[in-house]
Design a protein around this ligand. Structure first.
Ligand code: ATR
Length: 277
């Protein structure tokens, strides 16, 4: 039996087991996917003994993503550029390899849900400067030639990201976010605002072109106040759940040997768990 897990602290909230166990059953694979709550101070020892724990690989979530990258023997280009890894696997020699599939997940979902997002795109606006923003910026820079505006409440964090990702990223003051939408064909929220229990994202979409797409990485609730406001004025919307589903694909394929499909049935399965809290 092949076993994988998600390592986090806390890990209880992780939806990854729901996704991977669904696929294991769907494809009739003799495998298991567990949750491992591992404290930051124990993370290196746990990962260095992944095989002894019986695992072929793992997903890594907060707060371990940066440490996961440091511990791996090799890392793919996305993990290096993003500075964090969310997917680990052991090769036949027992060496640890790392990937970051968040950008893949975000971009695949955007391509699927709003296939025209990149047509004639002059500029995009990304809000937020945390780990999720890094993945989104990396994905957008790879996929489009458009200018990318970056706005964050704490401007210094945005400037640090612009420094990492180069001149394609232009920092906009947080208070200028509304007016800067005028030339944007894509708006992405990577902040935690709009999530259940958090304030809604404070933004006025009036200047945003009608044909722009609006994506949120928040998936609980599925329809954030931002997406509701965007849909109301006719913008195409992309919710955050698809990113979560698609980022799981490469890891599952790596560990279990089958490239799984993101289907409406899988989506409904995860949506049901969100509704149940
Ligand atoms: P993650 O790594 O998951 O993206 P994070 O590093 O905590 O998480 O980042 C959360 C993002 O939401 C940040 O961009 C944060 O802005 P700051 O860098 O100024 O903290 C943003 N955010 C959280 N609460 C906010 C609020 N009330 N108003 C504006 N931005 C907020």
């Amino acid at each position: 039996m092949i076993r994988a897990c998600v390592i986090g602290w806390p890990v209880e909230h992780s939806r990854s087991p729901l996704i991977h166990r669904y696929w294991l059953e769907q494809y009739g694979i003799d495998g298991a996917y567990e949750k491992e709550a591992v404290r930051p101070e124990d993370f290196a020892a746990f990962v260095n003994a992944l095989a002894e724990h019986g695992y072929a690989g793992a997903n890594v979530t907060l707060p371990h993503k940066e440490a996961a990258l440091r511990l791996a023997r090799t890392a793919d280009e996305a993990a290096i550029a993003i500075g964090a890894a969310n997917t680990l696997w052991l090769d036949a020699d027992g060496s640890l390899h790392a990937s970051n599939t968040d950008a893949y997940g975000f971009m695949t979902n955007l391509d699927t849900e709003s296939p025209q997002w990149n047509e004639g795109l002059g500029a995009a606006m990304v809000l937020g400067a945390g780990g999720a923003a890094r993945a989104v910026l990396y994905g957008l820079i790879e996929a489009t030639d458009a200018k990318i505006f970056l706005a964050n409440r704490t401007q210094k964090r945005a400037e640090e990201l612009a420094h990492v990702f180069g001149p394609r990223v232009e920092v906009i003051g947080w208070e200028k976010r509304d007016e800067a939408l005028a030339t944007c064909g894509l708006l992405v929220n990577t902040t935690s605002l709009g999530m259940t229990g958090q304030a809604p994202l404070d933004i006025d979409l009036a200047a945003l072109p009608q044909d722009a797409a609006v994506a949120d990485i928040v998936y609980n609730p599925l329809l954030t106040p931002l997406l509701v406001a965007a849909a109301k004025r006719g913008n195409a919307t992309v919710d955050g759940l698809g990113m979560l589903l698609h980022q799981a694909v490469p890891g599952f394929e790596r560990w279990f040997g089958v490239r799984p499909e993101v289907t409406p049935a899988l989506r409904a399965h995860v949506v049901a768990s969100l509704e149940g809290g």
